[in-house]
Design a protein around this ligand. Sequence first.
Ligand SMILES: Cc1ncc(COP(=O)(O)O)c(C=O)c1O
Length: 370
Amino acid sequence: MTEVDRLMDFIDLKAQQARIRNDIDRRIAAVLDHGLYIMGPELVELESLLADYVGSRHVIGVSSGTDSLLMALMALEIGPGDEVITVPYTWISTAEVIGLVGATPVFVDIDPVIWNMDPELVRASITEKTKAIMPVGIYGQTSDMAAINRIAKEMGDIPVIEDAAQSFGATHHGKRSGGLATIGSTSFFPSKPLGGYGDGGAIFTDDDELAERMRWIRLHGQEKRDHHPVLGINGRLDSIQAAVVIAKMAIFDEEIVMRQRVAERYSEVLANAGVELPKVAEGNTSVYAQYTILSENRDQIQAVLSQAEIPSVKYYSVPLHLQPVFSNLGHREGDFPMTEKIASLGLSLPMSPYVSWEDQERLGAAISRL
Ligand SMILES: Cc1ncc(COP(=O)(O)O)c(C=O)c1O
């Protein structure tokens, strides 16, 4: 190492662990003591904490943020011949689950300001086969959920599934992400704003019938012992993961403020660096799952950062409509210009509540030297 005396993490989970290690140890020890490793009391406690946090009638803790989206589609009985509208600028899970239930993903482009689903394009893509709309809160803030919900309602009460894996903790007109649609979904993948120490996720809904069905689906379609009315999966959340997420929830709101402060400092140190900085839409707050800049020189910037031992990532540089797995949809380069633009210019910088001021200054100085 040269001018750095320690490596900078892309996502620093160690600093967080140091703060809450005792609580995590205590909660994991409690699981080891009671031995209810699956569907134990920690799951019930976490579901109740999350319901209060989001303001949702029902919360179902599940095995991952991918399984939660899959279970949402299964509960809505979406399958072959059906269409689900989503965006091509997202992690592959969002569209993958549509294919897994045999339905067709219908991509619409993202907006130029916050890089989320463009509501007006949704309206134009709705057909009689449209059975759901799946917006994603990319990089930490929600889509214009108010507009998307309005369009879904006008066009025949189409269910909306909010993929809040990255935006959990953010608000849209004062209401928390995860609770903004017919069904909300989040992920507890370790690097997410609210992550565990393994795979996990949660589903949110105010609809009693859908909630019951999703509880069945989480447990192999089981309504009660020896009775399986629908097909399900093994979609359960382990007690140990629930225990870890409970411990992290105690500091989550404080960490969101810390993330927002880190983002503000980035915008200061990069103000004159000749790169485009991320924006937050009016009515939104962001939890900055990522802090992503746009630049025509992103390869050069990445090289300079790498020399300074600062990690950075080009997320979704091949958008979903150009992935071989979706070649049957017949898309070509140029079909979704805004997605392709952000995919080719976006560079995500180290982000966590614990990024230090010195590291940010070092990063700003490295980029400004270009
Ligand atoms: C937007 C989005 N959707 C879904 C997922 C899937 O979550 P998981 O990794 O828990 O399956 C992720 C994260 O990985 C994501 O970023």
